[in-house]
Design a binder for this molecule. Structure first.
Ligand SMILES: Nc1ncnc2c1ncn2[C@@H]1O[C@H](COP(=O)(O)OP(=O)(O)OP(=O)(O)O)[C@@H](O)[C@H]1O
Length: 484
């Protein structure tokens, strides 16, 4: 069967449309970085920005796409990939390869704009590299003493904000997929970094009870090190961390800031384990390059494997987390309350969980059911207004300021003054609520997240150059703060 390029592109587009329906958020995030080159005689040629996108798309989308193409054309499709770092991604959050360090791979699950491309196109073979070798044989069991039994993969809710870190954590636990060493998980407080690290340990222990796992906070590593020096037990310390360890999990590495001697020791620990191909997982509240007072050689090693960040979860993920937590704790939580909690507590899962537990405790003390009225009253009393602001509050303030109807902001009306007010509202949502671009898009008449990104960028640029725009923003900021 021979087809023209237009026909084959149409076949490909039908196939990927089918895939988009299966998982729209993931699709946008990943498939946006793939370009169709050709489909001729059963060979589908695709161009991707980097190897990680290639592997992800290949694992998650390709089977469905090739099945669909087979359904349409009868071909058993083979895929030829080209890695092209110059490829302009239509979707801004496609993961980027870092420009200089050849062995590192930085993946952002965020909606941050992509970095500039670094090197020219290079065709690659269709197959991914062989899986990493199995860890060294295990000798004696070792149980990390402070693992939270509830922090498992089963209790971790996966969404676009954390799916890369989650997938990488499963791979680090030997659960398939490419294993990156080290795995560096970074993100703000209370977003699930420690949970994932514990989940890795539980999974490894479940599957290989003899595995020698060391789970330490960087603070504990420091204290162990100091104690070893004090008591002349450096040989034991080194044997423990550099030899009798199959998996090293280090939480909150930022704690090593400025601790030069501990950094030096950790550097050698890292090298020893890495040299033996033992998995190392590190968490941090910052990207490696943003770690303060950290030796450059350590920073560079942290980026050798995979840097996966965790962002604040989207609304749907927050709802799922709060429902899950309620189910785990045996709390009866109506859907409208779950949604309300997820709407008002946006940036920190720990806080979301804490609020749920507090509500449940108060409800059992007072005998009142956890219903919407109860939740609203409790949260309003306990939280400053600014923190429980919602997209609707911002839309209301913007409409009031520009004398518009609320429907104008969600309508398709592109009149200049309405479009400007809409852009301002989107900008304020991003600034104040830290909600994701897709989430904002949905609240503004189901607009695409790229539209929201460009609106926010436009206002950011005007804010710095146009005094009138700045005046509107300041007036709105005052209004929103005044509501607090
Ligand atoms: N995706 C998720 N699914 C389920 N629970 C989650 C998720 N993300 C976070 N949590 C829960 O939120 C709480 C805080 O998570 P965790 O302690 O892992 O955060 P962290 O990123 O390590 O924060 P910090 O940097 O402050 O140590 C934990 O109870 C954890 O179980």
């Amino acid at each position: 069967m021979t087809t023209s390029r237009d026909e084959s592109r149409a076949i490909f587009e039908r196939a990927i449309e089918h895939t988009r329906g299966l998982s729209p958020a993931t699709f946008d995030q990943w498939f946006g970085g793939v370009q169709f080159d050709d489909l001729t005689d059963g060979v589908l040629s695709l161009r991707v920005q980097n190897e990680f996108v290639l592997e992800w798309v290949k694992t998650n989308f390709l089977p469905t796409i090739t099945d669909k193409i087979r359904e349409i054309t009868g071909w058993s499709v083979q895929v030829a990939w080209t890695i092209d770092q110059h490829l302009e991604a239509p979707i801004a959050n496609v993961p980027q390869m870092p420009p200089v360090r050849p062995r590192s791979l930085v993946v952002r699950s965020s909606t941050n704009p992509p970095a500039a491309p670094a090197s020219p196109s290079a065709p690659v073979a269709a197959e991914p590299r062989a899986p990493a070798p199995a860890p060294a044989p295990l000798r004696r069991p070792a149980l990390p003493d402070d693992l939270n039994p509830k922090h498992t993969f089963a209790t971790f809710v996966v969404g676009p904000s954390n799916q890369l870190a989650h997938a990488a954590a499963i791979a680090a636990a030997g659960g398939g997929g490419r294993r990156y060493n080290p795995l560096f998980i970074c993100g703000g407080t209370g977003l699930g970094k420690t949970h994932l690290v514990h989940a890795i340990a539980h999974r490894v222990l479940g599957e290989r009870p003899g595995a020698r796992i060391i789970y330490v906070s960087a603070e504990r590593f420091t204290n162990d090190f100091i104690t070893a020096i004090q008591h002349h037990r450096m040989d034991d310390f080194r044997a423990k961390y550099r030899v009798h360890c199959d998996l090293l999990l280090v939480d909150d590495i930022q704690f090593l800031a400025g601790r030069e001697q501990t950094q030096e020791e950790f550097f050698h620990t890292f090298n020893a384990l890495h040299g033996l191909d033992r998995q190392i997982v590190v968490t941090s509240d910052k990207y490696p390059q943003n770690l303060e007072r950290m030796e450059e050689r350590l920073v560079s090693r942290f980026s050798w494997g995979l840097v996966a960040d965790i962002q604040a979860p989207e609304l749907e993920t927050r709802v799922a987390i709060v429902r899950n937590k309620a189910a785990l704790e045996g709390i009866v939580l109506p859907d409208d309350v779950a949604l309300y909690l997820a709407q008002v507590i946006r940036s920190n899962v720990r806080e979301l969980e804490g609020t749920l537990i507090r509500l449940a405790a108060k409800s059992s003390l007072t005998g009142r059911p956890v219903d919407l009225a109860f939740a609203r009253a409790e949260i309003t009393a306990a939280t400053p207004r600014a923190q429980i602001m919602s997209v609707e509050d911002i839309q209301r303030a913007v409409c009031h300021h520009f004398h518009l109807r609320s429907i104008d902001l969600t309508s398709k009306d592109r009149h200049k003054s309405i479009a400007f007010a809409r852009h301002v509202a989107m900008y304020l949502c991003k600034q104040r609520l830290k909600v994701s671009f897709p989430e904002i898009g949905r609240a503004f008449g189901n607009r695409d997240h790229t539209t929201v990104m460009s609106a926010v960028r436009k206002i950011e640029a005007q804010r710095d150059t146009d005094p009138q725009v700045r005046a509107h923003l300041e007036a709105l900021e005052r209004k929103l703060a005044g509501d607090s």
